[in-house]
Design a protein around this ligand. Sequence first.
Ligand SMILES: *[C@@H]1O[C@H](CO)[C@@H](O)[C@H](O)[C@H]1NC(C)=O
Ligand SMILES: *[C@@H]1O[C@H](CO)[C@@H](O)[C@H](O)[C@H]1NC(C)=O
Ligand SMILES: *[C@@H]1O[C@H](CO)[C@@H](O)[C@H](O)[C@H]1NC(C)=O
Ligand SMILES: *[C@@H]1O[C@H](CO)[C@@H](O)[C@H](O)[C@H]1NC(C)=O
Ligand SMILES: *[C@@H]1O[C@H](CO)[C@@H](O)[C@H](O)[C@H]1NC(C)=O
Ligand SMILES: *[C@@H]1O[C@H](CO)[C@@H](O)[C@H](O)[C@H]1NC(C)=O
Length: 440
Amino acid sequence: MRWSSWWWVVVALHARTLAQSATPSVCHEDACRCDPFTRVICTCTRDNPEVTLRPDGAYRVPATATRIIIDNCTRVTFLPDTVRNLQQLRGIELRNVDHVVINERALSWSPFPNPDEMNPGLRISINNCTIDEIASHAIQGRVNDVVISNSRIKALKPFAFSSLTGVNNIELSDNIFENIEIQAFKKFTVENFVLRGGRINALPSRFLSDVEVTNLFRMEGVTVKYLYSLTFLVNSPKRVLIESNNIETLESDGFHIVTRGPITFRNNTVTNLRKGAFFGFTVDLEIASVMGPQELLIDNNTVTNLTPASLMYNRTRLTLRVDGLNLNTSCACELADNWREVLKEQGGTVTCWYELEGYFVSLPTYVDSRCGPFKHNFWIFVVIGVIIMLVLAAIAIFFIVRRENEKKKKVQIVMPDGKTYRETEFHIVVERAELLTTDL
Ligand SMILES: *[C@@H]1O[C@H](CO)[C@@H](O)[C@H](O)[C@H]1NC(C)=O
Ligand SMILES: *[C@@H]1O[C@H](CO)[C@@H](O)[C@H](O)[C@H]1NC(C)=O
Ligand SMILES: *[C@@H]1O[C@H](CO)[C@@H](O)[C@H](O)[C@H]1NC(C)=O
Ligand SMILES: *[C@@H]1O[C@H](CO)[C@@H](O)[C@H](O)[C@H]1NC(C)=O
Ligand SMILES: *[C@@H]1O[C@H](CO)[C@@H](O)[C@H](O)[C@H]1NC(C)=O
Ligand SMILES: *[C@@H]1O[C@H](CO)[C@@H](O)[C@H](O)[C@H]1NC(C)=O
């Protein structure tokens, strides 16, 4: 009797473990497998084009997962709280996916009680995907790196990236952003923030809101149609580089950045540079008192519509150096009048479009050769000069023709009849009627 009851207990226990292992995890999805390194690897095929990642129930992500790698799917959905309890997780990689949806709190990961940056963090990388949506609060917690490249982002909701801790890099390269809502990146600290290449229709106010960048802030090679006021509300970068961008309209105070180092605005093409576009740059008080004022360098940019007020800057703890500014407007003396103050401060580094030759020439050089009281009337002098020359030429021709005519009228007559008479010269004097004076 005793033996049989033990036997039943054993059977019951065995049944339970069977039942547990019978609950399939994502490792049992047709598209996915889990390797001995506890990585979840999903490679979709025509027959299994979709993967859904969920925190519990059938086909949940196993608690031991260290990485989630998804490739070549038509649709990938992260349900809310997918990664919350995956303490071993270190990375999420998505490649070649046609529709990615990251729901609210789907990638919220804070498994360690104290927010210590020595704790490991997640690396999130998305390449060549179309992201339908990154929902509000989708990505939170202990994240090391976020790399999104060669992707199309259709909707980035407010607070999509928020309350992150210990972030090293956020790198957004060669993406097409269709709809970015305000405060997409909200209130966290990151070492380097890089926005590089790609196209953005509108960068809204507070795209980065209260984001502390401790090392490098870089925006490079991006084509932007409209960059609104207060798009970048950023503190503390040691270096700010805004290079080789093509911006149609840059609103006043677009970059509201308190730096701890120099700012470089180089090789950009801007169609409309609004008044006070650079007015939002300021320098951290502590840095300025230790290292002196920092420099805002404006170098080799081409701008079509601007006024000197576009270059206004906050002179407290900041200096301006213009090393190259191509005004994409035809050179004219009045242009120089408008830019006199800037030219006085910045020297010969402002150029204008010289229509006659089809290139940019230094505005002061143009002024020296074309403007001023005499040069202003240059063409009038040229015309008068030409008229005087023509008149002189006409007079000269008149006298030459007259002398020739006189020569022809000298006639020689040789008398016939053997004898030689002295040649007689008849001088025929042509007298002009007007020259006759009569008292009639
Ligand atoms: C990607 O998916 C397509 C069908 O959707 C399939 O033909 C192709 O072989 C897959 N590529 C890889 C690398 O798995
Ligand atoms: C990018 O992803 C699409 C599917 O979304 C795929 O057809 C294409 O081959 C991928 N391109 C590269 C360079 O991997
Ligand atoms: C300047 O910007 C253009 C694009 O606007 C780019 O093609 C070129 O390589 C850049 N030059 C330098 C020296 O960065
Ligand atoms: C200056 O800007 C022009 C136009 O964007 C670019 O073609 C050229 O390479 C730049 N030169 C330098 C030295 O950056
Ligand atoms: C200029 O910058 C300083 C701090 O660097 C700030 O206190 C001041 O308000 C700024 N001036 C304007 C007009 O914004
Ligand atoms: C300069 O302005 C002309 C029209 O005024 C425009 O067609 C051209 O693209 C502009 N060039 C640059 C480099 O912005």
